[in-house]
Structures are given as C-alpha cells and as structure tokens.
Design a protein around this ligand. Structure first.
Ligand code: RB5
Length: 145
C-alpha cells in the first residue's frame, strides 16, 4: 500500500475543486492518483466514487478524496465498495472526528457547498489526524464490515 498516495476523483460539479486539491496535495509531497473526471462535461458521480473506493480497497492509495456537487452521491458510491469508510465532511471538526472515531479512509466534499478555506481545513484535518484506535472504536468499525 502506498500511504503517501491519495486517490482523487470528482464528477463535473467537483472537477474545478479537484484540480485545486491536486495543488494542495502536491504542496505536501503527496502523490495523487487522479481518477478523473477530466473536464466539466457532465458525467455520472457513481463511476468516480466507485473508482476511488476500489483504488483504496485495492491498496493503490492509502486514502481517497471524492468530490461532487454536494458530496452526497459520490460518498454513497464510494461506500458501496467493501472496506471503504467514506465520510462526507462539512468542516474541519467533522473531518477530524471522521478519522478519530471512524478511521475514515475516504473524504467526501461538496464543491457547491464549501468555500476554499473550509475545504483546505477539511483536507488538512483528514490527512493529519491519526486514528487513535481504542477498543470501542475498533469494535464499532469492525461491525461496519
Ligand atoms: C450533479 O449535478 C450533482 O447531482 C452531483 O454532483 C451531486 O451533487 C450528487 O450527489
């Protein structure tokens, strides 16, 4: 598994934000596995959520980030892949808690809902917060399958 690789994908509504995220990840020395989309032409978010989910589940990336208009559809899609725990986050606190309580391995963002600073903080919290473990969290995550 490449812990330093982040799989990234978006639908047309998230395309512009995905391109900005690539720069943020690049600044941090993170390798980006860009799974599309490649323009703002209309596409179907399930294809891109699944692509990131499968990349993370297969160990091609340590974590993933998915973006659509709301983050909702693409998070649902990513979560249909076994082993994926995608968290739709609206602020840095939810991103931090998604790591601490859920060991989330995919961050979902809504490009039409979040401003650039909030996005930046969400991504930093998601990448910088370790999963602390602990019996209760591990037990609950285990029940997710
Ligand atoms: C696309 O118009 C929009 O439906 C999609 O980006 C997303 O918000 C769905 O959940």
């Amino acid at each position: 598994m490449s812990e330093e690789t982040v799989a990234l994908a978006a639908d047309h509504a998230g395309f512009a934000l995905k391109e900005e995220l690539k720069a943020q990840l690049d600044e941090r020395g993170i390798t980006v596995l860009d799974l599309g989309t490649d323009s703002d032409a209309s596409v179907d978010y399930p294809d891109f959520g699944r692509a990131v989910g499968e990349a993370v589940a297969a160990g091609k990336a340590g974590r993933g980030i998915v973006v659509c208009g709301t983050g909702i559809g693409i998070s649902i899609a990513a979560n249909r892949v076994a082993g994926v725990r995608a968290a739709l986050c609206l602020d840095a606190t939810s991103a931090r808690l998604a790591r601490e309580h859920n060991d989330a391995n995919v961050l979902a963002l809504g490009a039409r809902l979040l401003g650039p600073e909030v996005v930046r903080d969400c991504v930093s919290a998601f990448l910088d917060t370790p999963f602390p473990g602990g019996e209760r969290h591990e037990r609950r995550i285990g029940k997710l399958g």
